[in-house]
Design a protein around this ligand. Sequence first.
Ligand SMILES: [Zn+2]
Length: 234
Amino acid sequence: MQKFQYTVSRTRKLTTGLSLSIHPEKGVRVRAPFWVPDLVIRKFVEEKRAWIEKHLSKIKPTPTTATTYLEGEKHLYFGQEYSLNIISSDALRRTEAQIAGENISVSVYSGHAEEKRHDEIKEAILRFYLEVGIGVITEKVNLYSSQLGVEYSQIDIKKVSSIWGSCSPTNRLCFNRKLVMAPHEVVDYVVIHEVCHMVHRNHSSRFWGLVAKFDPKYKEHRRWLHRNHLLLTL
Ligand SMILES: [Zn+2]
């Protein structure tokens, strides 16, 4: 998957200048005169890739509201909202999170001090996302790679990542833990995208044709990720 997407705005000027800007919400934008061919723009962006990536890595997502990990807070799980339900336990056991009905419930030792309790709840939810993520994504990868007749070497789920997925030349697949918050069809799209890279290691029309065979609505799902990536914060 591309590490970033960019939008192109065309100007009516006859200048030769292509310009590039990076905005925390609007992302990477290229301004180009109307007559410059797409190919030249793609080459331009490719040449600036290192610079763009450097700047993108410095931009922190700006969530509309910070996650508090307090009772009743809504948390996303495969596109559905669940209320955080904190259960005090007298037993000093590992703090665990799980989905229970319409809640994401976390059982935490009552003897922990305030700050420790907060950290325990947060860590339990993050761990839950990571563990669920590995299971669900592995199942999806198995399904699509067997249909395509390709074999991956390894699946990794990244805790912190600016990308949704990647596929290495040795077919090592990597996915973002935040995918557990996205609707299933969007997670499927990311999996399909990376699995298809085991066949076509580029973003050619043949690649997108293959993606479309498994996910005819892939454009919609790609747009969803583009629009919502700042909302999915852990
Ligand atoms: Zn790709």
